[in-house]
Design a protein around this ligand. Structure first.
Ligand code: UD1
Length: 332
């Protein structure tokens, strides 16, 4: 029996497929290639030496999704597929609400229709809004500053209500902090569309000379050095967190933070990146970015206790692997 991974050619999806295959799970990928490339499939197969069934389908299209569920006896689903650009979600809210909500509803419906009991959902630390750090799973969720964030909160709500009345289902919501880095082989990594919005892909493109200098969004936050603090987690640790979540899943609803529990500032990231990769990242401090919060980091004790999982790789590994991927980038 296979696990269906939707969005399995995306940044987190592709690394999770590798981690699953490494633990001898059979995987089927569904991805509409709207923000990913077919070459990623070959890169995954190069790393794992396993041929992975791939279906170019849109999970928001119920007919093709059901057809896929009819042709496999899935053991469970890990649902990554979704739009994720914060800025675009502000200018095109309906596109985000339609796609992200519909995909999740279709997945839950198909799970019910075809008796697939295990479902893991890609959520985000963004659902905590501007809570007091460290964020723990019992905190009330606060409004996010953009439609992308709201779709994550809404999908969590949809799945929570679904399990409430379908008690035999096993649903886990994983709240990711800031995934960066890449597979150490350099075969897969983050492939942003156009100019990156997120910090690490911006830094690697400055390092490569594709972009001139990094803009540091504000240095007057109440943090160690005034720049924004985040909980950066190596994408392979995050991927292994999915394997742990899938392995430990039991009936009912479960929620876990996947982070390291450590808060790192923008300047700390820049300096670690420079030191470990022996290069300079030109940067200048500019105004704060609208919608940013000062600090976000996880209380990771629940995942550690219940999933027997915790992040193993450090910031240096993240900076090294992110640069190794960008430096050798062959996927255009
Ligand atoms: C962002 C999203 C979040 C999403 C996550 C996905 C926002 C407000 N939030 O998180 O909803 O789940 O990406 O990975 O966009 N920074 C700079 N210069 C840059 C880029 C970023 O100084 O060019 C700073 C930011 O101000 C922040 C930190 O770097 O303090 C991290 O930013 P980023 O990588 O964009 O992630 P988040 O904003 O935490």
């Amino acid at each position: 029996m296979s696990i269906l991974v939707t969005g399995g050619l995306g940044f987190i999806g592709s690394h999770t497929v590798v981690a699953l295959v490494e633990q001898d799970f059979k995987v089927v990928i569904a991805d509409n290639l709207s923000n990913s490339k077919k070459e990623v499939l070959h890169a995954i197969e190069n790393i794992t030496k396993v041929k992975i069934p791939f279906y170019q389908i849109d999970v928001a299209d119920e007919v093709s999704l059901n057809r896929l569920f009819e042709s496999y006896d899935f053991k469970g689903v890990i649902h990554f597929a979704g739009y994720k650009s914060v800025g675009e979600s502000v200018t095109e809210p309906l596109k985000y609400y339609r796609n992200n909500l519909l995909s999740t509803i279709n997945i839950a419906n198909a799970c019910k229709k075809y008796g697939v009991k295990k479902l893991v959902f890609s959520s985000s630390a963004t659902v905590y809004g501007d809570n007091q750090v460290p964020f723990d799973e019992t905190m009330p969720l606060l409004p996010t500053t953009n439609p992308y964030g709201e779709t994550k909160t809404m999908c969590e709500r949809i799945l929570t209500d679904f399990v409430q009345v379908n008690k035999e289902f096993e649903v886990t919501l994983l709240r990711y902090f800031n995934p960066i880095g890449a597979h150490p082989s350099g075969e897969i990594g983050e492939l942003p569309n156009g100019v990156p919005n997120n910090l690490m892909p911006y830094i690697t493109q400055v390092a490569k000379g594709k972009l001139k200098e990094l803009k540091v969004f504000g240095d007057d936050y109440p943090t160690q050095d005034g720049t924004g603090v985040r909980d950066y987690i190596h994408v392979m640790d995050l991927a292994e967190g999915h394997v742990a979540a899938f392995t430990h899943i039991t009936p009912g609803l479960h929620v876990y933070n996947l982070g390291t529990g450590l808060g790192t500032s923008v300047l700390e990231i820049i300096h670690t990146f420079e030191r470990i990769n022996h290069l300079r990242i030109p940067y200048k401090v500019v105004e704060r970015r609208l919608g940013d919060i000062a600090s976000s980091y996880a209380d990771v004790s629940k995942a550690k206790k219940e999933l027997k999982w915790s992040a193993k790789r450090n910031l240096e590994d993240m900076c090294k692997d992110a640069w190794n991927f960008e430096k050798n980038l062959s996927i255009k």
